[in-house]
Design a protein around this ligand. Structure first.
Ligand code: GUN
Ligand code: FE
Length: 430
C-alpha cells in the first residue's frame, strides 16, 4: 500500500478551535504521508487507487499519550480507592505477574489485539518493571503495525519486594540491558525512559536515569502532580525540592538536558495540581501534559485546569490511563475532558472556560500527535493514519451535518463498536 486515496466524510482538526469536514471528500496518502484533503481529487493524484468508504466518517488515528499495558487485565474493576491505595491493592500485584513470560504472553496478546482494534494508532505506554516482558510487548506492538513509545518501568522503592528493583544498580543495569537489546530492532516501536514517579525512585536512581537518558538520547514518560496524597508524600521524600516537577528537572528528566542544553520529548501524566512555577517550567522545557480525565475521576485525584494550560500555550494530549482509566476509548476521554472542564468552570474557577468539542478533538489528534512529530491530521506533511467509522446504526431522524455526526459518534463511544477500517503510517491494518 502506502500510496492511495480515501474517499468518505473526512474530518480533521484544522486548528485548536476548528474541525474541518469535507463531505464525500478525498484524503490523499503518498508514500505513507498525508497530502491534504480535497473536495475533488486533484489531477496529480488521479492515478492513485481510490478506496471508497461511502457514507462513513474518516478521522485521523487517535493518540493515546498515557496507558499502562500491564494493568489492562483488571480495567473496569477495583475503583473504590484513591491513587496510593489503588496502586498497592490493584496495580502492583498485577504488574508483578509480568515477571512470568507465560502470563505476559497471554496478557499482552490481548492488550495489543485490543489496541489494534481501537481508534488509536499512536501510544505512549508504560509496561512493567521487567525488561524481558517489556521487549515482548514491543515486539507485539510492532507486529500489530502500531506506533508506540514503550517504557520499562523503573521503581526501586515504595512497592513490595516481589515487584520493585532491589537496588539502584539493579534498576540501572536492567534498564541499560533492555535498551541495548531492543536497539535498532523496531521501526515503529521506540523506547521511552520511564521512572514510574518520584515515590517509586530514589534520588540516586533518578540521577542515574538522567545519565542513561542522555547516553541513549531518549524521550521521558512519567507521572506528575496527580493526587494530593501522592504530592504530600513527594514533599516528604524531597523536602529540598521547590515543587514536584523540580525533582525530575534537577536530574535532567523534565524536557531539557542541563548538561547538553538540548530539549527532548517528555510526557507527564495528569498535572492536576501543578503550581505556577511547575507550569512555567513545563512551558519553558516543552513538557507535554497527558490529560487523563477518566482516571482523575476514578481515583479521586481532581480536575486538571486544561483551559489554563491551553491558553498558556502548553502542549496537551489525552490519555486513557488504563487501568486508573477504565476504557481505552479516546472518544470517552474526549467527552470526559469536556465534561470535567465544565465542572471546573462551574465549581472551581469561572475564569477557565469549558473545553469545546473541537478542542477535545484537537487534543486527541494533533495535540498528542506533537509528541511523535507531525501526527494527527490529513494535512500535507503529516504522517498518514486514519480510522473509518460506521455510524449507520444510529437513527437518522434528524438531517445531521458531518460535524454533528462526528460529535454524536464521539459522545456515543462509536470507537468501541463502529470502526470498519484502520490505517497507520500508510498501511491498512484492517
Ligand atoms: N502514579 C504512579 N503509578 C501510577 C499508575 O500506575 N497509575 C496512575 N494513575 N498514577 C500512577
Ligand atoms: Fe498512569
Amino acid at each position: 500500500m502506502k500510496s492511495f486515496v480515501l474517499k468518505g466524510n473526512i474530518c480533521y482538526s484544522a486548528d485548536q478551535k476548528t474541525i474541518r469536514t469535507v463531505e464525500g471528500g478525498y484524503a490523499v496518502c503518498a508514500d505513507g504521508m498525508a497530502k491534504g484533503v480535497y473536495e475533488t481529487l486533484p489531477e496529480e493524484y488521479a492515478a492513485l487507487p481510490v478506496i471508497d468508504h461511502g457514507d462513513m466518517l474518516i478521522i485521523p488515528g487517535l493518540v493515546d499519550l498515557h496507558i499502562h499495558a500491564a494493568q489492562y487485565a483488571y480495567r473496569g474493576t477495583g475503583m473504590d480507592m484513591e491513587l496510593m491505595e489503588w496502586l498497592d491493592v490493584n496495580a502492583f500485584p498485577e504488574e508483578g505477574k509480568f515477571a512470568d513470560m507465560e502470563y505476559a504472553e497471554k496478557a499482552y496478546s490481548v492488550f495489543v489485539k485490543h489496541m489494534r482494534e481501537s481508534a488509536s494508532t499512536h501510544f505512549v505506554v508504560m509496561a512493567s518493571r521487567y525488561p524481558k516482558s517489556t521487549k515482548l510487548l514491543m515486539e507485539k506492538m510492532e507486529e500489530a503495525g502500531l506506533v508506540s513509545l514503550v517504557g520499562k518501568v523503573n521503581m526501586n522503592r515504595g512497592a513490595p519486594d516481589y515487584l520493585r528493583e532491589m537496588s539502584e544498580e539493579e534498576a540501572a543495569e536492567e534498564t541499560r540491558r533492555w535498551l541495548v537489546e531492543i536497539q535498532g530492532k523496531f521501526r515503529h516501536t521506540k523506547p521511552v525512559l520511564t521512572p514510574r514517579f518520584i515515590p517509586s525512585c530514589t534520588d540516586g536512581l533518578m540521577e542515574i536515569l538522567g545519565e542513561i537518558r542522555r547516553e541513549f538520547d531518549l524521550p521521558v514518560h512519567s507521572h506528575l502532580s496527580e493526587n494530593l496524597g501522592e504530592i504530600e508524600f513527594v514533599r516528604e521524600l524531597q523536602p529540598d525540592s521547590p515543587f514536584y516537577g523540580a525533582g525530575y528537572d534537577r536530574v535532567s528528566l523534565f524536557g531539557k538536558d542541563h548538561v547538553t542544553g538540548k530539549h527532548f520529548p517528555t510526557v507527564m501524566g495528569h498535572c492536576i495540581w501543578s503550581g505556577e512555577e511547575e507550569i512555567r517550567m513545563m512551558l519553558e522545557n516543552g513538557v507535554t501534559v497527558a490529560h487523563c480525565p477518566a482516571c482523575n475521576m476514578n481515583v479521586s485525584s481532581g480536575i486538571a485546569p486544561i483551559r489554563k494550560y491551553l491558553d498558556m500555550g502548553l502542549n496537551v494530549g489525552l490519555g486513557s490511563d488504563i487501568a486508573g482509566g477504565h476504557t481505552v476509548s479516546l472518544f470517552n476521554a474526549m467527552v470526559n475532558a469536556v465534561q470535567v472542564s465544565k465542572l471546573y468552570w462551574r465549581l472551581v474557577d469561572q475564569s477557565c472556560a469549558a473545553i469545546t468539542f473541537p478542542e477535545a478533538f484537537h487534543l486527541a489528534t494533533k495535540g498528542g500527535g506533537q509528541v511523535f512529530g507531525k501526527v494527527g491530521s490529513f494535512e500535507d506533511g503529516y504522517e498518514f493514519s486514519a480510522v473509518v467509522l460506521d455510524d449507520s446504526s444510529f437513527d437518522r431522524t434528524l438531517p445531521l451535518t458531518v460535524l454533528q455526526r462526528l460529535e454524536r459518534a464521539v459522545y456515543l463511544s462509536l470507537d468501541l463498536y463502529g470502526i470498519r477500517a484502520k490505517y497507520c503510517c500508510g498501511e491498512r491494518l484492517f
